[in-house]
Design a protein. Structure first.
Ligand SMILES: [Zn+2]
Length: 134
């Protein structure tokens, strides 16, 4: 994209992607914060509450990451590097960007990341969220 004039179809594609990214930023998460209490009187209740809490944390974490990536993707559009992988500087395919407008890395780097080759976000540990027993 750098150093040349965009074609009309490229411009249209970017306009569509920009709309999708703005929609992601405006979307409200399914949960409006973690508010579940953990009932500690019954082991069954506690186990069920912990499972619910874990799910809520995962939903919020996913929403946070999507919005963070959408913001970065919009910034990359401004810098004309939207199609460039943030890890290897290879090209992110149009197909991948159509499916995931906020994709920041190519599919190869995404696969490496999922295999644990590198992480940019520390995972949340459920143990950190439990009430401390005295
Ligand atoms: Zn890459």
């Amino acid at each position: 994209m750098k150093g040349r004039i965009m074609t009309a179809s490229e411009r249209r594609f970017l306009d569509e992607q920009k709309k999708k990214l703005i929609a992601i930023l405006g979307a409200r998460p399914n949960k409006d914060g973690i508010k579940n209490e953990i009932r500690q009187h019954d082991a069954g209740d506690m186990s069920s509450d912990l499972t619910n809490l874990g799910t809520e944390v995962a939903v919020l974490d996913c929403d946070y990451q999507q919005k963070r990536d959408a913001r970065i993707a919009l910034q990359k559009m401004e810098e004309a590097t939207y199609f460039e992988c943030s890890e290897c500087e290879g090209k992110i395919s149009i197909r991948r960007l159509t499916a995931i407008p906020q994709a920041l890395v190519c599919i190869r780097c995404k696969d490496l990341s999922e295999q644990g080759q590198y992480h940019d976000v520390a995972p949340v540990r459920i143990g950190d969220l439990l009430p401390q027993t005295v």
